[in-house]
Design a protein around this ligand. Structure first.
Ligand code: CAA
Length: 255
């Protein structure tokens, strides 16, 4: 299977498993990723870890060999397929962490950027090299990269198609951390810092922060007021505040 979904304790692990083509995204693989993300929503897990098989690439992007000689309408469908599959990660009830172990180019960088968080191995190299193919990014790169690193940096990376190595990716905010050693364990440790908290509360936080990039400050503050108020309706809010007063650890129930 070119897309594998397994469970490892509290974590779902989605592995792109096509190392002979540097885990390039055929249209079938994109559809399989979509089905896997849908399946994660029904699993009893608290975070999703996304990785690429092999030690060379997270994912080298869309399968270039499938992109040629297609009617324009199919090209548009392809972009919308990639965008809609990656957008599933936004709506997933658990946060996702991309574990970038090597190249993350084009659609691969776009998949990583669609995850909630990104950790990079020291050999990780990001890039949106579509200009070199006479193209521009089509699976969300022109929208998510500026939200992560700012418009000026994003345009420069997109218009030059240059490589962004792990240390620069960390410096500009493209990744949360560069990890020496076991990236999968680092992913579990990273996610473990929030997975003990109430899932609906974490989702309120994700939804509020997601709006920061596409609303006015006034509208964003209203959303924050609504979602932060909604949190008081949860038993977990009562439990968290009671535990504070009683000087004990809270026992959240995701409700
Ligand atoms: N699509 C299809 N096959 C790919 C691929 C891709 N994106 N990237 C790598 N492969 C294949 C290669 O064709 C090669 O297969 P063969 O052995 O059958 O020839 C195999 O993977 C290994 O790749 P290389 O021999 O090229 O490995 P390398 O170490 O010399 O180079 C690389 C690695 C620099 C990542 C290089 O493979 C490369 O530049 N790949 C293309 C990266 C790219 O342009 N990505 C953007 C795609 S377009 C896109 O993603 C649009 C969008 O917005 C969705």
């Amino acid at each position: 299977m070119a897309v594998e979904l397994t469970q490892d304790g509290d974590f779902a692990v989605l592995t792109l498993n096509r190392p002979q083509a540097l885990n390039a995204l055929s249209f079938q693989i994109l559809k399989d990723i979509g089905a896997a993300i849908d399946a994660v929503a029904g699993m009893n897990v608290r975070a999703l870890l996304v990785t690429g098989a092999g030690d060379k690439a997270f994912c080298a992007g869309a399968d270039i060999k499938e992109l040629r000689n297609r009617p324009l309408v199919d090209q548009k469908d392809g972009a919308e397929l990639g965008q809609s599959v990656f957008a599933k990660l936004d709506r997933l009830p658990v946060a996702s962490v991309a574990l970038v172990n090597g190249y993350a180019f084009g659609g691969g960088a776009e998949l990583a950027m669609a995850c909630t968080f990104r950790l990079a191995a020291p050999n990780a190299i990001f890039g949106l090299p579509e200009v070199k193919l006479g193209l521009i990014p089509g699976y969300g790169g022109t929208q998510r990269l500026p939200r992560l690193v700012g418009e000026g940096r994003a345009l420069e990376i997109i218009m030059t198609g240059r490589n962004v190595k792990a240390d620069e990716a960390e410096r500009i905010g493209l990744v949360n951390a560069v990890i020496e050693g076991d990236l999968m364990q680092a992913g579990r440790d990273f996610a473990g810092k929030f997975t003990r908290y109430s899932l609906p509360v974490l989702n309120f936080a994700r939804r509020a922060v997601a709006r920061a990039g596409d609303t006015t400050l006034a509208a964003g503050l209203e959303i924050e007021a609504d979602l932060s108020t909604l949190a008081y309706r949860l038993n977990d809010a009562e439990e968290g505040m009671a535990a504070f007063e009683e000087k004990r650890k809270p026992e959240f129930k995701d409700a």
